[in-house]
Design a protein around this ligand. Structure first.
Ligand code: AMP
Length: 125
């Protein structure tokens, strides 16, 4: 079920548990502001998730309330993960689902990084 992007942060969401190492994840990258790990149900050859370490439900929450340092750190982390995965030259796609129409399922902001193959049209018909 898609979430409401305006809901309060839920400390029991699955990505909060991953950040606290209460459930396992396949780590790709970590710094002070961000954590990246492999999506458990990949939709492309490469499908990696990047999340901020702060308690932000969605892109809306993050863009409105995160500090400039958190925002800069997170944006740099997304770029760094794409570079680490060798995706810059062949190209890649990054995506964040927000709320009901976006189909957001996990109420902790995450950017999807897709790559490793041609990715087709931007939105499925
Ligand atoms: P979204 O629909 O944008 O909220 O995407 C949620 C993503 O989280 C999906 O692509 C799921 O496959 C992924 N996901 C859910 N649980 C886990 C998990 N425990 N480890 C890694 N990825 C997960």
């Amino acid at each position: 079920m898609p979430i409401d992007a305006t809901q309060r942060y839920d400390d029991d969401n699955i990505f909060a548990k991953i950040l606290r190492s209460e459930i396992p994840s396949t780590k790709v990258y970590e710094d002070d502001h961000a954590y990246a790990f492999e999506d458990i149900n990949p939709q492309a050859e490469i499908h990696t998730l990047v999340i901020p370490k702060g308690r932000y439900v969605s892109w809306d929450d993050f863009s409105a309330h995160a500090s400039a340092e958190e925002i800069a750190g997170f944006v740099r982390a997304v770029g760094e993960v794409a570079r680490m995965k060798g995706l810059v030259e062949p190209g890649y796609r990054m995506m964040a689902n927000i709320g009901a129409h976006g189909g957001q399922e996990v109420p902790h902001l995450h950017v999807h990084i897709f790559g490793g193959q041609p990715l087709g049209p931007m939105i499925a018909n």
